[in-house]
Design a protein. Structure first.
Length: 159
């Protein structure tokens, strides 16, 4: 069974998002060994400068890089990343399982990820050109991964 690790910066604050994420994590248990690492988001001032944001991203990068598995297909979730269809994501999950035995997704804070983290990843992925609330991204990604595994297994979930 493939290992899937999700590294996120910040916690889900809304109960409905926590419940949705927990449901997909439960469902993923039938397809993979799932692990989630939630790292503490660095504090920023009310109106942060670009330099303050850069410094925060670098502090968060230190934490993220310590958690990255050495042998895994590493996927940075970022706005400039490639967009995948559900079928393409299913093939990507299969590839990660076959070649590395492990897949790691990284979701940064609401300010994104540092270039250091992105450079240490194999793939940069975007869910959409649309802008979504940062905390909703975790639920969207969990659903997309769940759907991808269902496509690979040929279940009726994906129509």
């Amino acid at each position: 069974m493939v290992n899937v690790k999700l590294i996120t910066v910040g916690n889900l604050k809304e109960s409905y998002l926590r419940e949705a994420a927990a449901e997909y994590v439960k469902r993923l248990g039938g397809f993979c060994k799932f692990e989630e690492i939630q790292l503490k988001e660095e504090r920023v001032s009310e109106d942060p400068s670009e330099n303050e944001i850069k410094n925060v991203l670098e502090k968060e990068a230190d934490k993220i890089l310590r958690e990255l598995p050495t042998r895994a297909l590493k996927i940075a979730m970022c706005v400039e990343g490639k967009q995948y269809s559900s079928e393409e994501l299913a093939r990507l999950l299969d590839k990660g399982a076959e070649e590395a035995g492990s897949i790691c997704f990284i979701i940064g804070s609401s300010y994104g990820l540092s270039e250091r983290v992105k450079s240490s990843c194999d793939i940069r992925m975007s869910v959409s050109k649309l802008t979504f609330p940062h905390q909703l991204m975790r639920v969207l990604l969990l659903e997309a991964v769940y759907r991808g595994f269902n496509i690979s297994k040929g279940t009726k979930y994906h129509k």
